[in-house]
Design a protein around this ligand. Structure first.
Ligand code: SF4
Length: 424
């Protein structure tokens, strides 16, 4: 029986910090979005730096033509000496005549396009008129001035919401880009529970109907989609608040919130989830042998921090010292905060020097942080986990629960082996 006197993190004060931050920009989201949306092209309007970031983050594509690229703003554009809109139109003409497979084109803003105040929404409207109905042109920003790296997806999906068809149907909309294999697992669970129709945003192709309306219930699979959440509420849809589907308990709670809305019987629910939940619990228990009673410190990075801290503390027995997040969207992460016992510092935003001081003073067994901070912290003797790996690895739902726990236990095991070898 749970102790009702124990306060949860939902009531805990939040340490708000505003200072220098160490995160990738929103362009990074293009790496997983272009894999998900098979007929979309992401045209970054930016500098050579933006092109380099995309190239190095995505690796070199050998077998397929890439579905992202950069329209480089030259010095004449930046100095206002050339008409950047005309050049952009020429670039889009060239691209679309060469690539008839493109059905959705995203013009993606960057720091340079923000600085020269290039109006990409007007450009998107103009180009949509020109290329409709074959191609839909939308715009969003991935600028590092305005976004952290997962916010690129939030900006992209927010741009799509006004274009969704209106539907009066009672339906479930699942929001957030998931790897195809994970999406298939989710769909088969919802199908077995008799829930449908199920729509997913983003869909893999423009021909798949994604609709929204007053009888649409939506569930989020990613905690960094705060603006998308607001945009869907504006379209009249109703959010189903729930812990995020990480681990056995998180996935069960997420599904339970949905079945309660759709009136599924408790018997059918138990029948469908019993076996995969048991598999997930077993897999987590194995990895938890390494994680139990170890401490963890999260730097703010992907916005997955709060749901992951819930998973690590509640399901793996870890002790969270600080859980930092770039933004704290209570309507999204509130249910995860409710499940965590008060104790860790919950911080929002970043002042990286002050946070580094706290991390070095607390010396957690495991520190989850961005790539730029990992090496300096390792040099100080701390064990680190790259936060970005958690976004690129399939980690949602029952079948990935063991892998998710394994992502955190591996660095601890590696450190233990190194220590042992050094002692011998
Ligand atoms: S958008 Fe800004 S932060 Fe991102 S790569 Fe381009 S210049 Fe750098």
């Amino acid at each position: 029986m749970s102790d009702i006197n124990v306060a949860s993190c939902a009531q805990a004060p939040v340490l708000k910090e505003r200072g220098q931050r160490e995160v990738f920009c929103g362009l990074t989201s293009i790496i997983w979005l272009h894999r998900k949306m098979q007929d979309a092209f992401f045209l970054v309007v930016g500098s050579r730096t933006c092109a380099h970031l995309l190239q190095s983050a995505a690796g070199v594509m050998i077998f397929a033509e890439p579905r992202f690229g950069t329209a480089i703003l030259e010095e004449t554009d930046l100095a206002g000496l050339a008409d950047a809109h005309q050049e952009l139109d020429r670039e889009v003409d060239r691209l679309l005549s060469r690539r008839p497979d493109i059905r959705q084109l995203f013009l993606v803003g960057s720091c340079p396009s923000e600085v020269i105040k290039l109006d990409l929404s007007t450009a998107a409207e103009r180009l949509t008129k020109k290329y409709a109905p074959a191609v839909r042109v939308l715009n969003f920003t991935g600028s590092g001035i305005e976004t952290t790296f997962t916010q690129g997806e939030d900006e992209c999906l927010t741009a799509m919401v006004p274009t969704l068809n209106e539907s009066p149907d009672r339906q479930l909309l699942v929001v957030g880009a998931l790897p195809d294999v994970v999406e298939d697992q989710m769909r088969s669970l919802l199908d077995a529970l008799g829930i449908g129709p199920v729509r997913v945003l983003p869909a893999s192709g423009a021909d798949q109907i994604v609709s929204v309306g007053p009888n649409t219930y939506f569930a989020m699979t990613q905690p960094f989609l705060g603006e998308t959440h607001s945009a869907l509420l504006r379209r009249g849809a109703e959010h189903i608040p729930a812990p995020f589907p990480f681990g056995a308990e998180g996935t069960t709670a997420w599904l339970k919130a949905i079945v309660d809305k759709f009136g599924v019987s408790a018997d059918l629910f138990e029948q469908v989830v019993a076996a995969p939940r048991a598999r997930a619990e077993k897999a987590i228990a194995q990895a938890s042998e390494t994680l139990c009673n170890k401490s963890v410190f999260f730097f703010p990075d992907s916005q997955l921090e709060i749901p992951l801290a819930r998973f690590l503390t509640v399901e793996c027995g870890m002790i969270a010292l600080e859980v930092g997040t770039p933004f704290l969207h209570r309507p999204l992460v509130g249910p995860d905060l409710e499940l965590m016992t008060e104790g860790p510092v919950i911080s929002e935003g970043q002042d990286v020097d002050r946070q580094l001081d706290r991390a070095l003073e607390r010396r957690a067994d495991l520190t989850v942080c961005g790539l730029g901070l990992a090496n300096p912290l390792e040099a100080e003797g701390l064990t680190t986990k790259w936060a970005i790996e958690l976004v690129f690895t399939p980690v949602h739902f029952y079948e990935q629960a063991g892998d998710l726990a394994g992502l955190f236990s591996r660095p601890l095991r590696r450190r233990a082996i190194l220590r042992q070898e050094a002692a011998e």
